[in-house]
Design a protein. Sequence first.
Length: 177
Amino acid sequence: MRFITALLLIGYLSVSSTSGQSKEVKWLVDTSIAVMKSNAVNRDKVDWAKIEKNIYSQIATKQNAYQLGPVFRTLFKSLNDFHGAAYCWDSTFKWQRPEPEYSDSIKNEWKKGVSLQKDMLPGSIGYLRVPYMSFTGRSELDKKAQSLNDSLCSLLDKNVVGIVLDLRLNGGEQCFR
């Protein structure tokens, strides 16, 4: 009986290794897709059947997780997810979206220097420009947050009827050049 079990195990391992795809690869991809289907921001805006067909054709010959970088990048790109990443031991797999095009007026304002600005416009309208704000530590973050709060409060103290919140120079995590 042990001999037959050993022969079956050897046969299974040889078929499994010649088919190209390991169980580890299939499990990682299946799990990743399940997590993305449940949690991705754009999960309801994509054709999952098409994505899965594409992904499973790509992993047909993958034998280990290190070979999955292009597969994960395809998944993230399909979801337009430039924040997500897959971590596999010492490797990180991400998709970076192409840099967006910016108008000359935004580029020119950026060159003048990025700073928080507040002003009063005609008709009792407040104006507040909130640029990208980087920080290196908690104290710097607190200082910038307080400055933003103070600017908003000073506009509200002037009995504004509305506020223009200018976020043109606020790229979130994007860094403009």
